[in-house]
Design a protein around this ligand. Structure first.
Ligand SMILES: NC(=O)c1ccc[n+]([C@@H]2O[C@H](COP(=O)([O-])OP(=O)(O)OC[C@H]3O[C@@H](n4cnc5c(N)ncnc54)[C@H](O)[C@@H]3O)[C@@H](O)[C@H]2O)c1
Length: 249
C-alpha cells in the first residue's frame, strides 16, 4: 500500500481549482508534490506557497497533450524525488457546452487531446515509476458527471470524460493490484473553470440534492482519500462526488 505521507504525488492542472487543492492537500498530508500545469507562473506560485508552509513541492511546466513535455514531467519528478507513487490526471478543458453544429473538428481534437490523450500519455510515461518498488501505484483521474451522463457538457467534453472513465476501468482491470486506478466524477465545483458563471452555477446547484456547489478543497480531500490506505479496496471506480446529481439520472 502507498503511504501518502511518504509518497511522491504528481498532480496535473495544479495551478488552479481542484488540481491546486489536490496539490495542497497531498502536501499537508506529507507527500512530495510535483505540481504540473501549462500555467507556469501559477504552478510555481502554488509550489512556492507549499514550500513556504513547510511542505515539499516543485512546480513544473507541462502540457499534458504534448508527448515530449509529458516525458519531461516524468523525468523532473524522478530527478527531484526518485519515483512516482501517485498520479492525479486532473488537467482538463471544457468545450463550452458547444452543440455538434458549433463544434469544429479542431476544437474536438483540442478537448480530447487534453482530457483524454493527456491522461493516456502521462500514465504511460509514468507507468515504470508507478510499477517500481513494492507499493502499489495509485492513479486518480478527474472525470466528471459528464463521464457518466450525457447532460454535463457538449459532445467533445462528454466523450472525453466517458473515455477517461473507460481508461480508468481498463487500467484498474489490466494492472491491478500493482496499480490502483480510480476516477472522481465531480458535479458543480467552484474553480477557475467556473469562475465567470458562479451565479449560474449556484442556480443549477440549488436544484441538486445537496442544494449547493462544492469548493475545490472538497475534491482535494477526496483525491487524498482515494490515495490513502483507507481506500485500498477501491479499484476502477467512477466515484460520483456530485451533490447527488447522478442520483436522478
Ligand atoms: N469545475 C467543475 O465544475 C468541474 C466539474 C467536473 C469536472 N471538472 C474537471 O476537473 C478538472 C479540473 O478542472 P477545474 O474545474 O479545477 O478547472 P481549472 O480551470 O480551475 O483548472 C484546470 C487547470 O488545468 C490546466 N490545464 C489546461 N490545459 C492543460 C494542459 N494541456 N496541460 C496541463 N495543464 C492544463 C489549466 O491551466 C488550469 O490550471 C478538469 O479535468 C475538469 O474537466 C470540473
Amino acid at each position: 500500500m502507498v503511504r501518502i505521507e511518504t509518497s511522491v504525488a504528481v498532480v496535473t492542472g495544479a495551478a488552479s481549482g481542484m488540481g491546486e487543492a489536490m496539490a495542497r492537500e497531498f502536501a499537508v498530508r506529507g507527500a512530495n508534490v510535483v505540481a504540473v500545469d501549462v500555467d507556469e507562473a501559477g504552478v510555481t506560485r502554488v509550489a512556492d506557497d507549499i514550500v513556504a508552509g513547510g511542505g515539499d513541492a516543485i512546480g513544473v511546466y507541462g502540457d499534458v497533450a504534448d508527448e515530449t513535455c509529458v516525458g519531461e514531467v516524468v523525468e523532473a519528478a524522478r530527478d527531484e524525488y526518485g519515483t512516482i507513487d501517485v498520479l492525479c490526471n486532473n488537467a482538463g478543458v471544457f468545450d463550452g457546452d458547444q452543440s455538434l453544429e458549433e463544434l469544429s473538428r479542431e476544437r474536438w481534437f483540442d478537448v480530447l487531446g487534453v482530457n483524454l490523450d493527456g491522461p493516456f500519455l502521462l500514465t504511460k510515461a509514468a507507468l515504470p515509476a508507478l510499477l517500481a518498488g513494492d507499493d502499489e501505484g495509485v492513479v486518480i483521474n478527474t472525470a466528471s458527471v459528464a463521464g457518466r451522463s450525457g447532460g454535463g457538457g457538449g459532445p467533445a467534453y462528454t466523450a472525453s470524460k466517458h473515455g477517461l472513465v473507460g481508461f480508468t476501468k481498463a487500467l484498474a482491470n489490466k494492472h491491478g493490484p500493482e496499480i490502483r486506478a480510480n476516477a472522481i466524477c465531480p458535479g458543480f465545483v467552484a474553480t477557475g473553470m467556473t469562475d465567470d458563471m458562479l451565479d449560474e452555477l449556484a442556480d443549477l446547484a440549488a436544484e441538486t440534492p445537496a442544494g449547493r456547489y462544492a469548493e475545490a478543497e472538497e475534491i482535494g480531500e477526496i483525491a487524498a482519500f482515494l490515495a490513502s490506505d483507507e481506500a485500498s479496496f477501491i479499484h476502477g471506480a467512477a466515484l460520483a462526488v456530485d451533490g447527488g446529481i447522478l442520483s436522478g439520472m
